[in-house]
Design a protein around this ligand. Sequence first.
Ligand code: FEO
Ligand code: CA
Ligand code: CA
Ligand code: CA
Length: 592
Amino acid sequence: GAPETGGPSSLGFKELSHQMAQRDAVAEGYEIQTLLRWGDPILPGAPAFDPARVTAESQRQQFGYNSDYLDFFPLPRGSRSGEHGLLAVNHEYTNTNLMFPGIGSGNAARLRTTEAQARAEIAAHGMAVVEIRKQNGQWSYVADSAMNRRITGETPMRVSGPAAGHARLQTNADPTGTRVLGTLNNCAGGNTPWGTVITCEENFNQYFGGDAAASGAQAAAYKRYGIVKDASYAWGRYEPRFDLDQEPNEPNRFGWIVEYDPYDPASVPVKRTALGRVKHEGCTHAVSADGRVVFYMGDDERFDYVYKFVTARAWNPNDAAANRDLLDDGTLYVAQLHDDGRVLWLPLVHGQGPLTEANGFANQGDVLVETRRAADLLKATPMDRPEDVETNPATGRVYVILTNNTNRRSEQVSKPNPRAANAHGHIVEIIPPGAGTDKVDHAATEAKWDIFLLAGKPGVDAGARYHRATSDQGWLSCPDNCAFDSKGRIWIATDGAPTAAGVADGLYAADTTGAGRALTRLFYQAPTGAEVCGPCFTPDDETIFLAIQHPGEDTGSTFENPSTRWPDFRPDMPPRPSVIAIVKKGGGKIGA
Ligand code: FEO
Ligand code: CA
Ligand code: CA
Ligand code: CA
């Protein structure tokens, strides 16, 4: 049963019990408010959501599909409001089978996708910025705000940094290699000290069709990024840029970090190539002691790597213009974790070490387009699916969330990835010099690492390791994203627990220091089929926003017969990926 108190934990809520249910649940005394649903009209003149009429035209004006990263930008700008702000939201991908009546599921759905449906899917991707407000304890969005915005898979963007204009980014439609339409598969994200959004292109490989992946000039490079002959989506049949036979360079224009200003709906998003091209899960910053800004990033693939980017210059709090292109100039590093507890950050700089012409890197642009191969040559440490990488503001320790890796064989085990067939994942802490003081050197090329927890059910799953007081309900599986409250406690969202552990995905909280360190407690549990994404606190800690992604994504679910119709539970409504706000009934800080 769920204990009333958290033992030595500082968290003061009554823990939930694990479940697999169509309805989500939160700890007693808290309230779930559905804030934004797929299809909600957010631009002036947008049509109301009609599940029988999901078109590109409607989606461009409505809240998109499968939200992931969430971030809260207070209004007015520069304030610390916890009640009024802009919510920046990623729309990572679409579930064709749950979007369109009668299309079926799997490969059959892909083959049946019409041009109009493919274009609706492209428009349902990208991002949204929506003005939101809390009044009398209730969150709602401002449907007619002039600050609301949709960014889609066709929004014009600029490319900057060392790979901008590179021959491998040039296409028939864009011979300059500097202007791309859209951002895709935006998973987690981050922000900058100067108030912009960082959004991350993750599994961009699945959008490209055509035969070139099997035999073309870039076959090896495609393979390293998982670009295969039969893409998951039908887009390549209707849109030349998604057909590798027509535009073999188009995939090189995805897989980047994208920056934009959420406060300016007319701002042009910029793909910042200096931060590398991988399946970017997230990108979060920490300001180093000397004012340079460090961006930590995970490449979400089994046996892929952890990266950081260090700006060449310090950021300037008093001069917005000085920060505008800070992300174009700096050094990208990849992590090597040693069994003796050291982390070495290895620079991905053209001409250094093996990153030379002899190995096919003619310039820094080549190093960035093929970031993964460059990191392979540097012998970076293959990790168990690096997802979110975030810094605890209270301690300066950096948390690397590793979802799982069932492919790791026993001879591939090392201390930082200590389990073969790792079904439940783990969390590694990186400890930069000065962590625990107010002078943390995030820019340093050497750090230490430790293990925070090894997920799975204690006493059942080999090697599972938490605080010894962790309850029957407090263990977790498949950690994915995280957030920190202002006390420095970690809130961990999971992705994949239903398959790996037979419990719904959820949100768990734990102290990171003191007697309750790594004593995880279950706070929120998602509806079956959904993962929990984007945990994000308001500056006053009185609200946590969550993106509940892919409800109904269970094997065999279709539009007609989904496993859940969360959150509407109406027979005429499909499941709708939505953003929720969780508040304490009567007000107060989350977790207290
Ligand atoms: Fe989109 Fe790595 O999860
Ligand atoms: Ca996801
Ligand atoms: Ca994720
Ligand atoms: Ca994930």
